[in-house]
Design a binder for this molecule. Structure first.
Ligand SMILES: NC(=O)c1ccc[n+]([C@@H]2O[C@H](COP(=O)([O-])OP(=O)(O)OC[C@H]3O[C@@H](n4cnc5c(N)ncnc54)[C@H](OP(=O)(O)O)[C@@H]3O)[C@@H](O)[C@H]2O)c1
Length: 222
């Protein structure tokens, strides 16, 4: 059991966020999890406190009013694929803004706003993707890749400028390729398998520093 540890999962209506809420609740953590619109599956989880917030709407998460230093971990999981064509050549300004706000700038701003709620020595995690790695990239998925790459950059900045002084660990997590609406049924990993690994990584994290790691704790190249 996790001895009264607590976690906020931002974006938990379905997929990996929902899986993390389930996994941490089963490990005895106090779980607060957010939805944008009502998720029957999230509400069905025993002992999980559900709040409403949109990562692209600062007023929505600023209204959450967590007590200062009350959380051991925060995971900003919300994310979208972006426009179906995924092409830099075809993208409109609105499409670029949508994916960048949902996957990079929204999560970074939300994380900074929520930092006071995190305990010194706690863990702030962003759900990134190996697709955000420049070193690993084979091209394609241009909107999604650049948004997650930008998220990694912003996460590193938060680690250096906002988290270090409070001994807070900042993680950019790759969940693997997972069977969700985003990952599709073709993905090799179930939500439960990915979330068990992610929860192990989050439980082991701690102390100042930044890491870009997958659900098995393997370090990834930028
Ligand atoms: N599945 C994979 O293989 C894979 C691989 C690498 C990384 N990831 C990342 O893992 C995270 C979760 O992905 P998933 O596969 O679980 O996707 P998913 O099944 O499509 O679920 C996405 C989640 O994000 C929420 N969300 C989207 N936009 C939001 C916003 N503006 N504000 C708040 N919540 C929002 C959704 O809420 P609604 O229900 O309200 O839309 C939903 O709960 C994403 O960041 C994704 O990029 C996934």
């Amino acid at each position: 059991m996790a001895d009264g540890k607590s976690i906020f999962i931002f974006g938990a209506s379905r997929g990996i966020g929902l899986g993390l809420a389930k996994e941490f609740a089963s490990r005895g953590w106090r779980v607060i999890a957010s939805e944008r619109s009502r998720s029957a599956e999230l509400h069905a989880l025993d002992g999980v406190q559900v709040v409403t917030a949109d990562v692209t709407d600062p007023a929505s998460y600023e209204a959450l009013s967590f007590e200062d230093a009350s959380l051991d971990a925060i995971v900003v999981n919300a994310g979208i694929t972006g426009a179906r064509h995924q092409s830099a050549d075809e993208a409109t300004g609105e499409e670029v803004a949508e994916v960048m706000m949902a996957n990079a700038f929204g999560p970074a701003r939300a994380a900074r706003a929520l930092l006071p709620a995190l305990k010194d020595g706690g863990t702030l995690a962003f759900m990134s993707s190996l697709m955000g790695s420049i070193a690993d990239s084979s091209g394609g998925y241009e909107l999604y890749r650049t948004s997650k790459c930008a998220q990694n950059m912003l996460a590193k900045g938060i680690a250096e400028q906002n988290a270090k002084a409070r001994n807070i660990a900042v993680l950019s997590l790759h969940p693997g390729w997972v069977q969700t609406d985003m990952g599709s049924a073709a993905a090799p990993l179930t939500v439960a398998e990915s979330c068990r690994g992610l929860a192990d990584v989050l439980e082991r994290a701690g102390g100042e520093g930044y890491a870009y790691v997958d659900y098995r704790g393997k370090e990834l190249p930028f």
